[in-house]
Design a protein around this ligand. Sequence first.
Ligand SMILES: Nc1ncnc2c1ncn2[C@@H]1O[C@H](COP(=O)(O)OP(=O)(O)OP(=O)(O)O)[C@@H](O)[C@H]1O
Ligand SMILES: [Mg+2]
Length: 236
Amino acid sequence: MSGEALLELAAVGVTYGHGATAVEALRGVDLALRAGEVTLLLGPSGSGKTTLLQVMGCMLRPSSGAVRLHGQSLAGRSLEELTRLRLRHFGFVFQHYNLFPTLKAWENVGIALDLKAVPREDIEAEATRLLAQLGIGELAGRFPSELSGGQKQRVAIARALAGAPRILLADEPTAALDGRTGQEVVRVMQALAHQRDCALLIVSHDPRVEEFADRVLHLEDGRLARRSRAEDAPCA
Ligand SMILES: Nc1ncnc2c1ncn2[C@@H]1O[C@H](COP(=O)(O)OP(=O)(O)OP(=O)(O)O)[C@@H](O)[C@H]1O
Ligand SMILES: [Mg+2]
């Protein structure tokens, strides 16, 4: 069922600080994100979820272990190269949307399109098309303050899709939304991941996210403790 591995982590460790105050945030993490697969990452506060997301998104170099993006090792890449790879291959969705309040919905998406080198004259149409895919095309001219939480998160998801990245990373995307709105937002993300053959990783404490995940991973004290039902099953 699962597609090609777009991102692979092997024996990844992250230690913050040195000596007596060092914190081992990740220990020996092995993990692959595959095309078309929705992964839910669960774990208590402080277990290393955000750290893992940062390593996956090329924002943090691991202290040990290896990361491969589309089969290519990231070892020894400069920060400029990592930034370029991040822009090209990833879309990010955050808990607090991170929209620019003084820009209209389509302009918020447009900034990401501009960063991804979409020609200026195509940006408004492309941004509006992405917003329409999220079901909010008619809200393209509104400012974030004129949108509901769920609508703001849809703008943020449209922005994450700019440049058609194959890997989508979402840190607590439903945390600021009420239950039903959160569920709708995850449903939309799941459908997009399946349609576009993207790997989608969602960090969440929200039990309602679970029904949209193809597999569930648990992080505890920096280790991946338990795998999904599917991977546990002998014949899966
Ligand atoms: N920049 C940093 N410097 C030092 N320690 C850090 C840093 N970032 C995180 N940590 C520590 O690393 C561990 C993992 O933190 P992380 O933020 O990855 O956890 P989390 O699972 O995302 O938690 P939460 O659910 O609260 O967001 C924690 O013990 C945290 O205090
Ligand atoms: Mg976190």
